[in-house]
Design a protein. Structure first.
Length: 722
């Protein structure tokens, strides 16, 4: 009912009094262009505060502005990868740039004027004006299909460009777009190869790294050194194409408004006269009726993940290979499937977000959806699918338990079975006896896509953190799908972890929590609470699986622990009272985000007084851009803030949402939504986190929609007793 707010422009960037681009619902720090779920190829349009924010002319933007033409030199490091993407247009014989910053000879074609920008959960739209003659709608869509594994398994995005006359006259228009070979490898010295095909009316430029290195076996980084890229469009009679050196190909278009349909077969290093893969369309005389051109960009890998599962190391195929017998069949399907991308996911996410938290909350969730899904990849087969997740930017770990945990709200909300597909590889590896410790593994490997486990036990231990995470996540999945068989299947390991929690959760040793960038700490209040809720969750798991003696035992321990926890955790004589960061440290405090698990699981276990107390307390320690994670510094985590907001009183919830939405509009950061930032300056916190899937946690309020009901039929998860 509030959906129309979505299209109201809320933010305006005034550029020295020049014409301004409007932003709806906000001007974000970076824009998803192609949310391709091989992390490291996630496209962002970076900008720093006060800088230009146009799809064209990215000259001033930072090194991780990925939407630009070829850059000299070797791009190194996970976030420095450049993936050149360029758009030109000719209107009545004059050339303009609408994407990137192509230099042809000494010439930079004039930029089109960008008049507005809008994002929704699936799409980023730029509206351009070309000297009052024609308008362009440049829309990037990365479909999200949580319940449709076939579509969700495809690693591809759409770019749709619509051109129409705006002055009543008709204009001669030719449209051009290319990608560079930079997409195939992060190292510009690598040799690229390419070819061109037309299959059933879909024209594709295919490009790949000549020396393929499956699973990044040659070196580990956040990119991906194997597989094929397909840049495609409709093979209509108006289409011409070319591969070749960037200035030659772009120069041909500027000169002729079309391309010679030739292919360069001099395969060479990516930066050696940067090869580009180009399409030109003669749109002829464009009048008021909009003319649409559709492109797709696809990454196709037959094998996706190396996995140390029940039977030792195996190669897991990409899930799309179960549905399509070739790369090109998949590319053709995606291209022709565009009509099914109807915005209904945008609509559902918007309606639910507005109902749960208003426009500020929608500003947050709609910027997070593609990023969360961009950090995961469907693999395996239709009878045994897996969902693999990459940590991104903090490091390249695969299937990190304490990165899955913050991310689960978006999956629990949009399709809980995806959570099972995330958990399965972790259970499989450990139940096969491939991890020697009594607590849960931290991750399945240091470098995505090698889920080779830690058979020697050498890893970053987070004992209480990961045991609690696994038990809570498993129960949350089973509750929403009534899959108690899953609980029985994994009962032994879950019970082992719960046993560890009985030993270590109430008085946690010196150890890391998920917030390892804050250092180790003994007696962590929030960590202990996770462990204790984990024990109560295990009581519930025992009950659901008919292990009644265990259920009684775990419930008794949990009840005893939560009483003793309150005695050590609550600083009663503070004004207002609050929990501490570590027991006995009454000058400390922190976000008590693990309390959310109690609501997520509908346990009704932690007394309401704790919720009320924290909810009253947070506004008293809020900074400009949010509430600090804890008293060690001014940094916060947006995912944990959203967890806390979801279980706070209406006014505290509103405060959290409005401060984070305000951060989106004003942060000087220029990378894809960092979840770690300074609450006073809005700048990066310790380390430049970016593009991490943990932003799935921004859907915390929505994951409560599916929380179990109590005996009276009331959803315990969403009820807040202020
Ligand atoms: C960006 O777009 C705005 C509005 O169209 C315009 O005023 C500004 O000059 C553009 N900047 C560049 C670098 O093209
Ligand atoms: C631009 O195109 C997209 C994709 O078709 C569409 O959803 C959006 O409404 C269009 N925006 C405008 C302002 O026309
Ligand atoms: C941790 O808490 C326990 C229980 O109150 C206490 O006995 C112990 O001294 C604390 N350790 C530190 C280092 O504060």
């Amino acid at each position: 009912m509030y959906y129309h707010f979505l299209v109201v422009a809320l933010g305006t960037l005034v550029n020295n009094g020049l014409a301004a681009t409007t932003f709806s619902p906000a001007r974000p720090p970076a824009v998803p262009l192609a949310g391709i779920p091989i992390p490291g190829t996630y496209q962002v349009l970076g900008h720093a505060s006060g800088r230009k924010f146009n799809l064209s002319h990215q000259k001033d933007s930072s090194a991780d502005s990925l939407a630009r033409g070829p850059q000299p030199g070797e791009a190194v490091g996970p976030n420095g990868a450049v993936t050149g993407w360029t758009g030109l247009i000719k209107v009545d014989g004059t050339s303009y740039t609408w994407m990137g910053q192509p230099k042809i000879g000494d010439d930079f074609p004039t930029n089109v004027e960008q008049t507005s920008f809008e994002y929704t959960s699936q799409r980023s739209t730029f509206i351009m004006n070309i000297v009052g003659k024609v308008s362009m709608n440049v829309t990037f869509i990365s479909p999200i299909a949580p319940k449709d594994l076939k579509r969700q398994s495809i690693i591809g995005s759409y770019l749709q460009v619509t051109v129409a006359s705006t002055d009543g006259a008709s204009h001669s228009v030719q449209l051009y777009a290319d990608t560079t070979a930079e997409w195939v490898s992060i190292r510009n010295t690598d040799t690229a190869q390419w070819s061109f095909s037309n299959r059933n009316g879909v024209a594709s430029h295919k490009s790949w790294r000549q020396t393929q290195s499956e699973f990044n076996d040659d070196f580990a980084d956040d990119g991906s050194h194997w597989g094929n890229w397909y840049w495609s469009t409709a093979a209509t009679s108006s289409l011409t194409s070319q591969s070749g050196g960037h200035e030659t190909v772009r120069g041909n278009f500027l000169k002729d408004g079309k391309l010679p349909n030739t292919q360069d077969s001099n395969y060479r290093a990516i930066s050696d006269n940067f090869p580009v893969f180009a399409f030109a369309n003669d749109l002829k005389n464009v009048g008021k009726t909009p003319i649409t051109t559709l492109y797709t960009i696809v990454h196709a890998q037959k094998n996706a993940i190396k996995f140390d599962g029940a039977n030792g190391d195996i190669s897991l195929p990409s899930l799309w290979t179960s549905y399509f017998d070739s790369d090109l069949a998949m590319v053709e399907f995606l291209y022709k499937d565009y009509s099914t991308v109807d915005g209904s996911i945008d609509h559902v996410f918007a309606v639910d977000s507005l109902a749960a938290g208003g426009q500020d909350y929608l500003t947050i969730t709609s910027l997070s959806a593609r990023q969360a899904f961009g950090g995961v990849q469907l693999c395996g087969t239709t009878s045994k699918p897996y969902l693999f997740l990459k940590e991104i930017s903090s490091d390249g770990n695969i299937q990190t338990v304490d990165v899955i945990f913050p991310a689960i709200p978006i999956f629990l909300y949009s399709n809980p079975v995806l959570v099972k597909y995330l958990l399965d590889p972790l259970f499989e590896n450990q139940e096969a006896g491939r991890f020697p410790k009594q607590w849960s593994i931290h991750d399945l490997g240091a470098h995505y896509p090698q889920a080779i486990g830690h058979e020697d036990g050498q890893q970053e231990d987070m004992p209480v953190e990961e045991c609690g995470n696994m038990i809570i996540t498993t129960l949350a999945y089973a509750q929403r799908t009534s899959d108690t068989a899953y609980l029985s299947q994994h009962y032994q390991l879950l019970k082992q972890w719960a046993g560890f929690l009985i030993t270590d959760a109430l008085i946690p040793d010196q150890q890391f929590s998920t917030d390892d960038f804050q250092g180790k700490l003994i007696n962590q209040t929030n960590l202990a609470l996770k462990g204790i809720i984990g024990i109560e969750a295990m009581a519930e798991i025992s009950k659901l699986t008919g292990n009644n003696a265990d259920a009684t035992n775990f419930a008794n321990v949990a009840r005893d622990y939560i009483k003793r926890w309150q005695e050590m955790a609550v600083v009663k004589d503070a004004n207002p009272p609050h929990t501490n960061l570590a027991y006995h440290d009454s000058n400390s405090h922190g976000l008590l985000y693990n309390l959310y698990a109690d609501k997520l699981l509908g346990l009704g276990f932690v007394p309401n007084s704790i919720y009320d107390m924290q909810s009253t307390f947070y506004p008293t320690v809020a900074d400009e851009y949010g509430v600090p994670l804890d008293t060690r510094n001014a940094n916060t985590k947006s995912d944990w803030e959203m967890w806390v907001a979801a279980i706070s009183s209406p006014s505290t919830k509103t405060m959290f949402y409005s401060k984070l939405a305000n951060w989106i509009k004003n942060t000087p950061t220029n990378r894809a939504f960092t979840d770690l930032f300074n609450t006073q300056t809005g700048d990066f916190g310790t380390g430049k986190f970016a593009a991490r899937p943990v932003v799935g946690g921004h859907f915390a309020a929505l994951a409560l929609i599916g929380a179990p009901k109590n005996a009276a039929g009331v959803r315990r998860g969403v009820e807040f007793k202020a």
